[in-house]
Design a protein around this ligand. Structure first.
Ligand SMILES: Cc1cc2nc3c(=O)[nH]c(=O)nc-3n(C[C@H](O)[C@H](O)[C@H](O)COP(=O)(O)O)c2cc1C
Length: 385
């Protein structure tokens, strides 16, 4: 299973991801516009465009090198704050909604992952920001003024394995959150390709791209960024796909990678159907996963567990002999938790856990499970061609 080796410093730093949706590529800047007032967010973003002045290069030759290892690293407020009572968050207020997972940058990251098959990585600081908008603004302003480097809680051990890094973040105070500088300075980006994706309020991309360009080595190739205006994020998947097409990440990239993988093993495709929506899952070629495959179709009632995973109990036990003692689940991993006998779908990242046996991985549709904290019934069935 291809995955980045990530050190999790603490159980408290659970990553996010999920949900995707789509529209319009907004690449603009407006220094004077306020992003603080929620009312202002309803305004159309300015049409100024500061991107033309930046040396933005070519496209990625994914045809030639479909084996490029792609990392999708992103910073989002929702993964960097603690909300004591998510129920109390007013999701109609633009400012408050950002504290609920998945954050806007995470939504974009998810769509990039769906198209490119890259590995997701949430940049998380050791000291979470306040979930209060004004307090968060204040700390972010101080960090910018001090040119601070907030300490990071999440790290990538094998950065050398990635040659393409999609780097996502919100516009914070007309630039990148300072944690992005902490991230950039932690690794050697020489010779890598960096592809920024930005979400913002009425201020557009502002100085974000210039600032990361200045922070990255000269030998880093920086490709055309995408900027998505906050109120348009949920409708932005088609814009993200169009941008990825332009960059050379056609649908075929993921398909080729999938075909190559399929020819190497006998993984099986299954579907989880929730309210008529399909979530595609690849089951690995292991005794436990094969036994599950043989049980299908099944109607199952999932429940939420700790806002991290959806779990269900199977009518029969799966064989676990010879399976690994545990694993470190990523977002989208489909596992058996052997001590309790339940299946788990991780819609949040989680720590290395004993007794967790990988069965497969969600290929598409994980956003459907986003925020499904109530019980739900779903059909798990074999995928027919
Ligand atoms: C601390 C802070 C500073 C912000 N500064 C700006 C800004 O300067 N310009 C702007 O357009 N939007 C600004 N925003 C709005 C965010 O860029 C926007 O809400 C973004 O979609 C949030 O993405 P996220 O959910 O991934 O964190 C700011 C938001 C916060 C929390």
């Amino acid at each position: 299973m291809k995955k980045p080796t990530i050190i999790f410093l603490s159980i408290c730093f659970l990553f996010t991801l999920t949900s995707c949706a789509g529209q319009e590529n907004t690449v603009q800047q407006s220094e004077s516009e306020s992003f603080i007032s929620a009312e202002n967010e309803a305004e159309e973003p300015s049409s100024d465009n500061n991107i033309d002045s930046i040396a933005i290069d070519a496209t990625v030759d994914t045809e030639e090198d479909s084996s490029s290892h792609i990392l999708i690293a992103y910073f989002t407020w929702a993964d960097n704050t603690v909300v004591d009572d998510p129920e109390s968050v007013d999701t109609d207020a633009t400012t408050s909604a950002s504290v609920l997972v998945p954050g806007n940058a995470a939504k974009l990251a998810c769509w990039i992952q769906e198209r490119t098959g890259g590995e997701l990585f949430s940049i998380v600081v050791t000291e979470p920001y306040s979930s209060d908008y004004d307090e968060c603004l204040e700390r972010a302003a101080e960090e910018k003024a001090e040119n601070a480097r907030p300490e990071l809680a999440t790290h990538i051990e094998n950065m050398e394995d990635y040659d393409i890094v999609f780097l996502g973040f919100p516009n914070w105070w007309y630039t990148v959150p300072m944690a992005i500088h902490s991230f950039i300075e932690e690794y050697d980006f020489s010779g890598k390709t960096v592809i920024p994706f930005v979400t913002h309020g009425t201020g557009g991309l502002a100085a974000t791209i210039q600032d990361i360009t200045a922070a990255l080595p000269d030998s880093t190739e920086i490709l055309e960024p995408i900027g998505i205006y906050r109120p348009e994020v949920d409708e932005a998947q088609s814009a993200v796909n169009a941008w990825l097409d332009e960059l050379g990440f056609s649908d075929k990239t993921a398909e080729t990678a999938n075909t190559e993988e399929a020819s190497e093993n006998t993984d099986k495709s299954i579907l989880l159907i929730v309210d008529g929506q399909e979530i595609a899952i690849t089951l690995y070629d292991t005794p436990a996963a094969n036994a599950l495959y043989d049980m299908l179709p099944l109607e199952l009632t999932f429940e939420d567990f700790n806002h991290i995973e959806n779990i269900i109990y199977l009518p029969e036990e799966l064989p676990t002999e010879g399976e690994p003692d545990g694993c470190d689940p990523d977002i989208g991993d489909f596992c058996l938790y052997e001590p309790w006998g339940n299946l788990s779908i991780f819609y949040q990242d989680f720590r290395e856990s004993n007794g967790l046996i990988p069965l497969g991985h969600i290929e598409s549709g994980i956003e459907i499970l986003s925020g499904m904290t109530d019980d739900f019934t779903a059909i798990l069935e074999k995928q027919t061609e």
